[in-house]
Ligand binder design. Structure first.
Ligand code: MN
Length: 314
């Protein structure tokens, strides 16, 4: 029994809303995106990125997403996220930083791509000049254009968790939160290896879970980057290294979706809305149900919705 809070991106929150579609409640607290009352617990997601799970199975239910076991402060909309911006070193925006971010966690089709990128303080003006900024303000065309330039400018590591592997790991019981933590840790270690003997002044991870939970997730890993590691939500706006990482991760994701589109023979949509249900149904009708695991994240509610469309057409 208890309250558990995880931090999620808006895409993931919308995926959660989709997932809890049958349990949504009409009355939602101020500042919230949705509230759902499931048999396991009450779920409330806020625009701030906080998602609160309250009730007997809150830990288990939260584990499905972020896998946290931390107990949250009293259940108010004002409860403060674990790593407030105040916990960051002063002036971090102007330091030499490894930033990391991931893409694809809320998309039914396609992999998860995680990128860690190192931006030295001297490079910050150049990256600004090249148009690096919060990738949410950039369309795909612009992302590709900027990524093609910065991939030769900043040392980075890209890790792609392909759908086949994602589904395998997910079915073995690993939460998406743990997958993300392991991928971030690996990408960061790769970059640390690339830039050695130089060291970053800070490592900034775009926050998806409380810091304590992150480190719990990576516990079993052979090596763990933990020196000067910081977490913040909306970290893209705090240091350009995270913005660069985000752009490179989105670039990789876009390229992968292009590959999937080619394999499917039609344009694969992003996201987790009704359009992906229709596309998945089309894929199943054209190529068979057995190709699905290499295209989608099977545990999304979209799989059943796609099957329902297929069954209606057959
Ligand atoms: Mn992020």
């Amino acid at each position: 029994m208890g309250n558990v809070v995880i931090i999620a991106g808006m895409k993931e929150i919308l995926e959660m809303k989709n997932h809890y579609g049958n349990f949504l409640v009409d009355k939602t607290p101020p500042g919230s995106v949705f509230a759902a009352k499931t048999p396991a617990c009450m779920v409330t997601a806020y625009k701030s990125g906080k998602v609160m799970f309250q009730g007997k199975d809150s830990e288990k239910e939260a584990g499905r997403w972020g896998g946290t076991t931390a107990t949250a402060p009293p259940a108010t909309a004002k409860g403060k996220p674990s790593a407030a911006k105040g916990d960051l070193p002063a002036g971090i925006g102007g330091m030499s930083v490894i930033g990391s971010d991931e893409v694809g966690t809320g998309d039914f089709f396609g992999p998860i791509t995680v990128v860690a990128a190192y931006v030295k303080k001297e490079q910050i003006p150049l990256l600004k000049e090249l148009g690096v900024r919060d990738s949410k303000d950039l369309n795909d065309e612009k992302i590709v254009e900027i990524a093609k330039v910065i991939k030769d400018v900043v040392p980075f590591s890209l890790i792609t968790l392909k759908n086949e592997k994602y589904n395998q790991v997910q079915q073995s019981g690993m939460s998406q939160g743990k997958m993300k933590a392991i991928l971030h840790n690996q990408a960061i270690l790769n970059v640390l290896g690339k830039i050695a003997p130089s060291k970053p002044e800070a490592i900034l991870i775009d926050q998806f879970v409380q810091a304590s939970t992150y480190f719990q997730h990576v516990k079993g890993q052979k090596a763990i980057a933990k020196e000067n590691v910081y977490f913040s939500t909306k970290a893209e706006g705090i240091h350009l290294a995270v913005a660069a990482a985000s752009i490179l991760a989105r670039y990789a994701f876009i390229q992968y979706i292009d590959k999937l589109s080619e394999a499917a023979g039609f344009k694969i949509p992003k996201g987790a809305g009704a359009q992906v249900d229709v596309a998945a149904a089309k894929l199943i009708l054209n190529k068979g149900r057995e190709v699905l695991p290499s295209f989608v994240k099977l545990h999304f509610a979209n799989t059943d919705k796609a099957m329902a469309i297929v069954n209606k057409k057959r």
